[in-house]
Design a protein around this ligand. Structure first.
Ligand code: ZN
Ligand code: ZN
Length: 236
């Protein structure tokens, strides 16, 4: 088989600008409307990137299509190409839509209405925080969910994600809900002016106590949560 070096020594090579072996190899001749290089080889008009890939890797398997890991359609570096269906390509597509920072790593691609990002993988729409967890930490056991420790639904940073049971996930909240009258999760004010603290999960209610002050009720319910729910206690 002809090597890439031999191909680059031909007319094909004269149409390519190569900065370094790992950089994009820019095609300087004819392109199609999407910027992909076109080249005439033995009388056939072919995609330049696919031609370079096949010289390096052999024929593209039937039914497969190529993608650019560098997302530069004018690039013909065979090392920047992978099968569209490959894990490498899924991950490249994934991370190209994430902005990383010191804190959360934000998903910038499409989302469902509830704020959870999603991406199509092999034709199937999948939640991106689940993809990030699976690719970095391993499979999600049946019945388990992936919980955001940072309470940021658009975050895909692997060390902000953990496995939880659905009820652990439900307990681990960032604070009171919008309907809270006291601003403390699980604490309500009674008609007699005292503060009642109780834990509610599904149909189960656990009485923590009645308190003179909101601060005392807040302390008591925080301790009760930490004791019962451990690392899934969440915030008050
Ligand atoms: Zn490239
Ligand atoms: Zn986060």
């Amino acid at each position: 088989m002809t090597s890439v070096d031999e191909i680059l020594a031909t007319e094909f090579g004269s149409k390519v600008t190569i900065l370094g072996p790992n950089d994009c190899w820019t095609w300087n001749a004819a392109t199609d409307s999407s910027g992909c290089g076109r080249v005439r080889i033995k009388g056939r008009n072919r995609a330049a990137s696919k031609y370079a890939y096949e010289v390096a890797n052999g024929p593209l398997p039937k039914g497969e299509r190529l993608g650019h890991l560098c997302f530069n359609s004018g690039c013909v570096n065979p090392g920047h190409m992978a099968l569209r269906s490959s894990q490498e390509m899924h991950e490249a597509r994934f991370w190209s839509q994430v902005s990383k920072s010191e804190g959360c790593w934000e998903w910038g691609g499409s989302s469902w209405g509830d704020g959870y990002g999603q991406m199509r993988v092999n034709g199937k729409a999948t939640l991106v925080h689940r993809l990030s967890f699976e690719w970095n930490s391993g499979p999600i056991p049946p019945g388990m969910v992936v919980d955001h420790m940072c309470w940021n639904r658009s975050c895909v940073r692997p060390d902000h994600l953990r496995l939880a049971t659905p009820s652990q996930n439900q307990r681990s909240q960032s604070g009171p809900n919008r309907r809270s009258s006291t601003g403390v999760r699980g604490v309500t004010m009674r008609p007699n002016g005292r503060y009642e603290a109780r834990l509610v999960l599904g149909n189960k209610k656990i009485q923590v106590g009645n308190f003179e002050s909101l601060e005392d009720a807040a302390d008591a319910i925080r301790l009760a949560r930490e004791e019962l729910w451990g690392e899934f206690a969440g915030n008050g």
